[in-house]
Design a protein around this ligand. Structure first.
Ligand code: 3HC
Ligand code: NAI
Length: 703
């Protein structure tokens, strides 16, 4: 019997199967919610039904509430009421879980009286990743079964657990041997045969058996969050609600959970994170996808085994693919292999993998100094020194060695990829694959599309990103592509503030306060000041002589202070420590530079530092859009979120700007332009959007 177009009820041998069918992930939209309620009620009415199984078609049990409905007028029945209807069913209810039972999906399962899972199922409460908390009884029902620690682990990390782990902590009663549907039917028959009663989760209390441990867990999580999640709403709300589960009657706890959920849902934090969720899926949607299909990607290679080449090799091997590494001589190749082995040896030492795993993975690695071994390779990524001459020499060899149709990619950070492509006989096969360091960890992959490349090569690069589990962003060719180009501008804004009176320590603190893990000068010390110094020297001749140039970084580098690796940069790192201390000698250099330029230092508030830094970021983001370097504002958001540490709960710089109001940002820029009209030129895109009363979200939607 069809209940709604998304849910049906079928009855066989006394078992009523309520089946959810809402592809792709069975999200709990209105028609599903209504269908579940209708299905349960129909099963209650049907005298033939003695027990109910809730199951889902397709690839997964519901993966949560329908996120696209958030922000719209909520439609009844609400999810907590759906859960209550399930629990209140006067016949026993089993949830049969497969795929990824997440968020509201897991809460549906928790509201059933019994749960059976496919052995490969994953269960989780990832609402925190959307700036939310479980809002359909998860904070109240789960702790009643498991106590505080396992519930908080799930809710505060957002990471799913396996069916086996779920069974261990008590939220799954059975793991299916073989097919889930058959096992669920057998389980239902067994419960009937045993006369097993309804078992409402809201009436369970085994999770409260040791209240001293429960209270201690709550206190310790709160203290930890003070350090790791300051300023964020949902993590603290989760702890409050889990505490309430043990302190208040169920109905009161539910009210508290609902109020906290609605408060989080209305916050900018959740709007930012929901934007990030959809944005990181949108970036793979590119115009070329309609025109072409990917080429094969069975055998890959990297040229260079340094920081990036080795990291990229690890990323490839981690995806289960074989990789060939080419280096310029045997000694460099040995170093390259050692760089790769170091990553896995560390994982073995930390107990993340076994030595046998490592040996198995290293079986996918081969190295050579002879380009001849590249004859059957489908895609190569060049990661040699950042010098045009060296890159062109390598590309000439690749042109000779690679088979026709092979994709030839460069990991260059700044060099002109059109020029590299034009230097070989097949520019149509050349593309930029800009990984971020460490390449096996960082999720972002800028896919840089030069003028002559074919659509087929572009979609092949996106397919590679998918296989490597990277988040790809399509970028155009320019100095620094999307990320590094924008970085150069907001870093300059920071340097201006430093020269005008803010210390690097104040600037770093203001940026951390905004939500970054580190400030820009800490990042510079981590990456090594020598890299930026070399770039500045290279670009000195072409720099606009009218542009303001701050020399403080050069003075610091002239002392050989390149950051952590030299134990001194903007900070002092005593005895190789990673915690930098403020350095009076650096402050003296800054004072001297100000005096040399006749600048009287002034003070900056945290807010002003943030406003200038992020206004510069947004303005350059607009220029990047104007030139077509980024397809949409959301591509810029994803780049800054995944490559540069922008806090996810703020959605990315363009989303943040939308929430501030673009007119507010433009007015700030116009105010700053009174001091330095060359640096603070409002981008025409920003001016136009403000004039037309539109924002970046409109551009994202193609409006
Ligand atoms: N609501 C609406 N759409 C959703 C969705 C959801 N909960 N989850 C996924 N989708 C959409 C995606 O946007 C995507 O759409 P597209 O094809 O148009 O881009 C499509 O479903 C497929 O998703 P993925 O590409 O992500 O597919 P994967 O197979 O890689 O991953 C997944 C599947 C693990 C389920 C992943 O989509 C995911 O993590 N989803 C979000 C889960 C989540 O956050 N659930 C909690 C929601 S909040 C909640 O439940 C509140 C409650 O407590 C009241
Ligand atoms: P690196 O100096 O650590 O490694 C370069 C490697 O290339 C060395 O091992 C060297 O022996 C090898 N090499 C040089 N000439 C070669 C040749 N002709 N044939 C084969 N191998 C050769 O440099 P890193 O940091 O790995 O950078 C490589 C590229 O990646 C550069 O273009 C850089 O701009 C880019 N990049 C670097 C990032 C970083 O954070 N380090 C981030 C993103 C891109």
């Amino acid at each position: 019997m069809q209940i709604t177009d998304k849910v049906s009820l079928s009855v066989q041998d006394g078992i009523g199967y309520v089946t959810i069918d809402n592809p792709p992930v069975n999200a709990l939209g209105q028609a599903v919610r209504q269908g579940i309620v209708g299905g349960i009620q129909a099963a209650e009415r049907d005298p033939e039904v003695r027990i109910v199984v809730i199951r889902a078609e397709g690839r997964t049990f519901p993966a949560g509430a329908d996120i696209t409905e958030f922000g719209k007028t909520p439609l009844e029945p609400f999810l907590p009421d759906v859960c209550q209807t399930i629990e209140d069913c006067f016949k026993p209810v089993i949830a049969a879980v497969h795929g990824t039972a997440l968020g509201g999906g897991f809460e549906i399962a928790l509201s059933a009286h019994y749960r059976i899972a496919d052995a490969r199922a994953k269960l989780g409460l990832p609402e925190i990743n959307l700036g939310l908390l479980p809002g359909a009884s998860g904070t109240q029902r789960m702790p009643r079964i498991t106590g505080a620690a396992p519930a908080l682990d799930l809710m505060l990390t957002g990471a799913p657990i396996s069916a086996a782990k779920a069974m261990e902590i008590g939220v799954i009663d059975e793991i299916a041997e073989g097919e889930l549907d058959d096992a669920a039917t057998a389980y239902a028959r067994d419960l009937l045969a045993r006369g097993a009663p309804r078992r409402p989760t809201s009436e369970r209390a085994e999770g409260f058996a040791d209240m001293a441990a429960y209270d201690a867990e709550i206190a310790s999580r709160r203290a930890k969050l003070e350090k790791t999640a300051k300023g964020q709403l949902s993590p603290f709300a989760i702890v409050d609600c889990v505490e309430a589960a043990a302190k208040l009657p169920f109905a009161e706890g539910m009210k508290k959970e609902r109020a906290a959920f609605m408060e989080c849902l209305a916050s900018d934090q959740s709007k930012g994170m929901i934007h990030a969720f959809f944005a990181e899926r949108q970036t793979a949607k590119i115009p070329e996808a309609a025109e072409a299909t990917p080429r094969p990607l069975d055998k890959l290679a990297v040229i260079g085994g340094g920081t990036m080449g080795a990291g990229i090799a690890v990323a490839i091997m981690d995806a289960g693919l074989p990789v060939v590494m080419i280096e310029r001589d045997q000694e460099s190749l040995d170093r390259g292999r050692a760089n790769v082995e170091k990553v896995y040896a560390r994982n073995v030492a930390k107990g993340r993998i076994t030595q046998a795993n490592m040996d198995n993975i290293m079986g996918r690695y081969s190295g050579s100094t002879d380009y001849g071994v590249l004859a059957d390779v489908d895609l190569v990524i060049e990661a040699v020194f950042e010098e045009m001459g060296v890159k062109k020499a390598v590309f000439a060899q690749l042109d000779t060695a690679m088979k026709p149709g092979a994709v030839i990619a460069t990991n260059t950070s700044y060099l002109d990829i059109d020029e590299i492509a034009a230097s070989i006989s097949r520019p149509e096969d050349v593309i930029g694959l800009h990984f971020f360091s460490p390449a096996n960890i960082m999720k972002l992959l800028e896919i840089v599309v030069p003028a002559k490349v074919t659509a087929e090569v572009v979609v092949t690069a996106f397919e590679l990103a998918r296989r490597l589990r990277k988040i790809p962003v399509r970028a155009g060719v320019c100095d620094g592509f999307i990320g590094n180009r924008i970085l150069a501008v907001y870093r300059t804004a920071a340097d201006h503030m430093m020269e005008d009176g803010a210390s690097p320590y104040e600037i770093d603190a203001a940026i951390r306060e905004f939500g970054y893990p580190m400030g820009p000068y800490q990042v510079s010390d981590l990456a090594g000041g020598d890299i930026g110094w070399a770039t500045r020297k290279r670009k000195a001749a072409t720099r606009d002589p009218n542009a303001r140039y701050v020399e403080i970084a050069d003075r610091i580098c002239e002392n050989g202070w390149f950051g952590q690796k030299t134990e001194r940069g903007y900070y002092i790192y005593a005895d190789g420590s990673r915690d930098g201390q403020e350095d009076p000698a650096v402050l003296k250099i800054i004072e001297d530079e100000r005096a040399r330029k006749g600048i009287t230092p002034r003070s900056f508030t945290t807010e002003e530092i943030q406003n200038r830094y992020f206004s510069a970021m947004v303005n350059e983001g607009c220029n990047v859009l104007a030139e077509g370097i980024a397809l949409r504002p959301l591509d810029i958001d994803v780049t800054l979120l995944y490559g540069y540490g922008f806090p996810r709960w703020r959605g990315g710089p363009m989303k943040w700007a939308d929430m501030q109001g673009l007119d507010v940002i433009l007015n700030r820029i116009r105010e700053y332009a009174k001091e330095d009209a060359l640096f603070w030129r409002p981008s025409p895109v920003l001016v136009k959007l403000v004039d037309e009363g539109r924002n970046f979200d409109d551009l994202n939607k193609g409006k």
